[in-house]
Each structure stands twice: as structure tokens, then as C-alpha cells.
Design a binder for this molecule. Structure first.
Ligand code: BGC
Length: 512
């Protein structure tokens, strides 16, 4: 049995229904690229009427205008202005200049037949140092942006926090400081009060595990701390913050629905051993559903060997009541998968290197002494230019797993995409033939359609991203857009993938 077959078998056994649900497709696909989806399934795939086809962006990655209209400094401004932090020595001071070009970008989204636009609000535009009275110029900007979305038939999907913490709050201790939960809930309440007449879809945090772990656990992202205790404290503050924010949003806007934008990777045990299966369950608990379980059930899932290190987390009696704030719908991203093994008997622990959207543990070590697993991204399927393995079936496994575990919630796919560097081709009038990205979405979306056909209540898909943008510490060395951006003059050119995605959105099918 090769590893792929083994993974299928072990994941199927662990999850019960997976194998039964899986069709005979792998036998056909095995003669092709590993993980590839047969053409017949792509042709047959259909999406429901009224499905929200969308794209996603984040304020820091697209807006630019980094100190305009009273905006304060964010931790990402500080980080990108520090030499040695960003590949290519670029900053996001201008990025895609969407702060000024938003009307054009929303019109482009309409041209691609989009129905939903997931964007984020920059906290330091609203509260320059993180607390106190709102900066009306910042609120006015987002009010105009939301109007532009509505004029173009786009559902405004607001992420309240996509990583750009006001530096003033980092100076007060950052996310490990429990006070931030209250400041954050105030900020969320301000947004709901001023924009809640038009925004009804709110996601408090983008990828809470990632920014707390990368920022405080291993230091790959700002503020650059590498301390597992700080990560745990930050994570607990964020848990309290998402629940408090849900309450403050709903108090300010009766139309509000609140969900999430968690980063998730379906996890498969490295071997069939009980130890590896248990480690895989810990990975899922820590990386995928830590914050979801906390808000839905008022308790943390079993992410640790033994009891959660409550003291290290800064957990106080009564917190289980504060944490509980059931979501109206569940949103998550899918990019790639993980193979997980037990690290209970490993002596060395390290954070691992930074690869693409995620931290990979160094295979020689375990990640930390509490979760005691080792998680790696396999390289069996093809790799994108950003270095992530393409594994279309992962989205089927993830969606069906979350549906099962959380009693069939409404699901929003908040992000998925692939980094390829295709550029305008002069001999064809500057057209951008990014066929690998089209292939990525065709196969993945066929698997999403299969999950929907099998009963998952998925109502949206947001491609990352509407346009190429500032890829965090990787600067401009990665391009995820359906639209190409020339950073020299901000010219936008729709890639072939964008034209294709527009046809998909118009027809709810993939053979277009
Ligand atoms: C993040 C985006 C990022 C994308 C590609 C996602 O996980 O939310 O901000 O650009 O990955 O790396």
C-alpha cells in the first residue's frame, strides 16, 4: 500500500464514513497526478442556485495609504518598516492602493459576476492607538467601500481583524494581555454601530491560531515573540475576545450574524497506530477547532496531552461562561493538508520553519511539550509556486468532518487559493494564461460540490484573492490574485483564472 492509499484507509477508518463516501475515483486518478480529480467529476459538478461566489482580501494586504486620514501605526507597519523582515525589502505602504482605487476594484468584482466580497477593516484606521473614540474619517472610508459593494451587487462580508493590531496595543502587552479582549469588543461594537445597517456578515478574527502562534509562539510574524506560554495566553485572550465581540456586535446591530474565518488543514495520521491517530486528533483540536469549540461549547477541545495548561493560559474560574457565544455560521479556509505523528517520546521541541501560510514543524522535533505532535505538509501532490501541496480532496474531507462534528452548521468557505507567478504575455496582448490556478480551482471546487451533494450546508466560496497583493513577510514574491497587479503603476489585468471564475459564478458549474 503506498502512502496515499494508506492515508485514505487510515483517515477513513478514523472518521468512519469517509471511505464509504469516497467514490472509486482514486483508482482512475492514480494513473494521473497524485490527488488529481477525474475530468468526469469536474464536468458533472453543480452548485446550488443562489450560491455566494466571492473573493477575499485583507486591509493590510491591499489598502496602502498607511498613514492617511488619521490612521495609526499597526504591528505590521512596524514589522515591514524593519529591515530584514520582508522578502524583497518591500512594504505595504502602497500595496494595491485599494484605499483609493476601491470603486474600480468593486466594479471589477462585478465584472467577474461576484456575489460576495470578504474584506477586513484596519483597526488602527478606526482607533489609531487601539482604544477610545473612533476616527470618523476611517469609518467614512469603510462606509463608502460598503456602499460600493452594494452598488455592485456584492454582499459585504466583514472580517473585523486580519492581523494589523494597533501598535499602541502591542505596547500594552499585545494579545497575551487579557485586557485586549475588552478593547477588541469595544472596537467591534463601534463597527457594528456605524456599519451594521448594511453589513450583516461578521467574522471576528482571520486565522486566530496562525496569528497568535506565528506572532507569539514562534516569532515569524509581528510582534516576533517566541514563547509558547505567550502563545497560549494570546490564544485565550482571543477566545474571550471573539465571544465578547459577538455580544457587542449583536447589541449594536439587530441584523448582525456572526461566524468565523478560521484557518484549517485536514489532518491525516502518518501511520495507523493509536498514538498517531491520537496525535492527529490533537492537531485537529489545536489548529482547526480550538476557537470554534471554545465559542460553540464553552470549553477547549482536547489539544493537549493531559489537562490543558490552564495556569499558563491565564484561564480564570468562570471563563468557560465568558467563552461561550455560539456562532450563527462557521467559516474556514482551506489551502493544504497535514500528516501528523505522535511526538510524545521526542525530547527536542522546536517551532519549525515558516512555509507559505503555515508553520511546519521540523520533522526531527515535536512542536511543543504540551500538544506533542509533529505535523508536516506532504509533497505527494504537485506544489504551487508558493510551496503548498495541491490536494483537492482535502476540502471534501474537511467540510464533511466539520459538518459532522458541529451538527451540520451553515458553512462559508472564507478563503482558498494558490500562489502562481504568471505574468502578462506580450505576444498575446498581455493576456495572463494562469492555467495552473484554473486547474487548482476546478479540482478543488469539484470536491466542494461533492461535499454539498453529500449534504454539507456550504453557502459560499471566497477565492483568495480578488487581486495580487502584499503577501505578508513574503512581500511581492507570491501572487494569489485572479487579477494581476502591476505594482509600478497599479494597473489591473484580469487573469485567465479570473475570467474562468467569472463564468463559474454565472453558471454554477465548472466546465465553462
Ligand atoms: C491568509 C491571507 C494570505 C493567504 C495566502 C491566508 O491564510 O488569510 O492573508 O494572504 O493565506 O498565504
Amino acid at each position: 500500500m503506498d502512502r496515499r492509499n494508506f492515508i485514505q484507509v487510515s483517515a477513513g477508518a478514523a472518521a468512519g464514513a469517509l471511505l464509504a463516501a469516497h467514490r472509486s475515483s482514486m483508482a482512475q486518478a492514480s494513473s494521473q497526478v497524485p490527488g488529481a480529480i477525474p475530468e468526469a467529476e469536474i464536468k458533472a459538478a453543480r452548485f446550488p442556485e443562489g450560491f455566494f461566489w466571492g473573493t477575499a482580501t485583507a486591509a493590510f494586504q491591499v489598502e496602502g495609504a498607511w498613514k492617511e486620514d488619521g490612521k495609526g501605526e499597526s504591528i505590521w507597519d512596524r514589522f515591514t518598516h524593519t529591515p530584514g523582515k520582508v522578502k524583497g525589502a518591500t512594504t505595504a505602504d502602497v500595496a494595491c492602493d485599494q484605499y483609493h482605487l476601491y470603486a474600480q476594484d468593486m466594479a471589477l468584482a462585478k465584472r467577474l459576476n461576484q456575489k460576495s466580497y470578504r474584506f477586513s477593516i484596519s483597526w488602527p484606521r478606526i482607533q489609531p492607538s487601539g482604544t477610545g473614540a473612533p476616527n470618523m474619517k476611517g469609518l467614512d472610508h469603510y462606509s463608502r467601500l460598503v456602499d460600493a459593494m452594494l452598488e455592485n451587487g456584492l454582499r459585504p462580508f466583514c472580517t473585523i481583524y486580519h492581523w494589523d493590531l494597533p501598535q499602541g496595543l502591542e505596547d500594552r502587552g499585545g494579545w497575551p494581555n487579557r485586557d485586549l479582549a475588552g478593547y477588541y469588543a469595544d472596537y467591534a461594537g463601534i463597527l457594528a454601530k456605524h456599519l451594521g445597517d448594511r453589513i450583516t456578515i461578521w467574522a471576528p478574527f482571520n486565522m486566530p491560531w496562525s496569528f497568535t502562534y506565528m506572532g507569539y509562539g514562534v516569532g515569524a510574524f509581528p510582534p516576533g515573540r517566541a514563547n509558547f506560554g505567550d502563545f497560549l495566553k494570546a490564544a485565550h485572550t482571543v477566545t474571550l475576545a471573539q465571544a465578547q465581540a459577538l455580544r457587542s456586535i449583536k447589541a449594536a446591530s439587530s441584523k448582525a450574524t456572526v461566524g468565523s474565518a478560521y484557518g484549517m488543514c485536514p489532518a491525516y495520521p502518518a501511520t495507523d497506530s493509536e498514538a498517531d491517530r491520537a496525535a492527529t486528533a490533537r492537531y485537529h483540536a489545536m489548529n482547526n477547532v480550538f476557537f470554534l469549540e471554545a465559542t460553540m461549547k464553552g470549553r477547549y477541545p482536547k489539544a493537549f496531552v493531559g489537562d490543558p495548561p490552564y495556569e499558563l493560559m491565564g484561564f480564570k474560574p468562570g471563563d468557560e461562561k465568558l467563552m461561550l457565544a455560539p456562532l450563527d455560521w462557521v467559516g474556514f479556509h482551506y489551502y493544504t493538508r497535514r500528516i501528523v505523528s505522535d511526538a510524545s517520546h521526542v525530547q527536542a521541541f522546536g517551532g519549525g520553519g515558516f512555509a507559505g501560510t503555515e508553520i511546519e514543524a521540523d520533522p526531527a522535533t515535536g512542536r511543543d511539550p504540551y500538544t506533542r505532535f509533529r505535523a508536516v505538509m506532504p509533497t505527494e501532490g504537485p506544489l504551487t509556486e508558493s510551496g503548498l501541496e495541491v490536494w483537492p480532496r482535502g476540502i471534501y474531507d474537511l467540510v464533511t468532518q466539520i459538518s459532522r462534528e458541529y451538527d451540520h452548521p451553515i458553512i462559508e468557505i472564507t478563503e482558498s487559493g494558490s500562489g502562481y507567478l504568471d505574468a502578462p504575455y506580450e505576444k498575446e496582448n498581455g493576456r495572463i494564461p494562469d492555467t495552473r490556478r484554473i486547474e487548482f480551482f476546478r479540482e478543488e471546487l469539484a470536491e466542494l460540490a461533492r461535499a454539498i451533494a453529500d449534504g454539507a450546508r456550504v453557502r459560499s466560496f471566497h477565492a483568495w484573492s480578488l487581486l495580487d497583493n502584499f503577501e505578508w513577510a513574503n512581500g511581492h514574491t507570491e501572487r494569489y490574485g485572479l487579477i494581476y497587479v502591476d505594482y509600478r503603476d497599479q494597473k489591473r489585468t484580469i487573469k485567465d483564472s479570473g475570467l474562468w471564475y467569472g463564468r463559474v459564478a454565472a453558471s454554477n458549474r465548472l466546465d465553462v
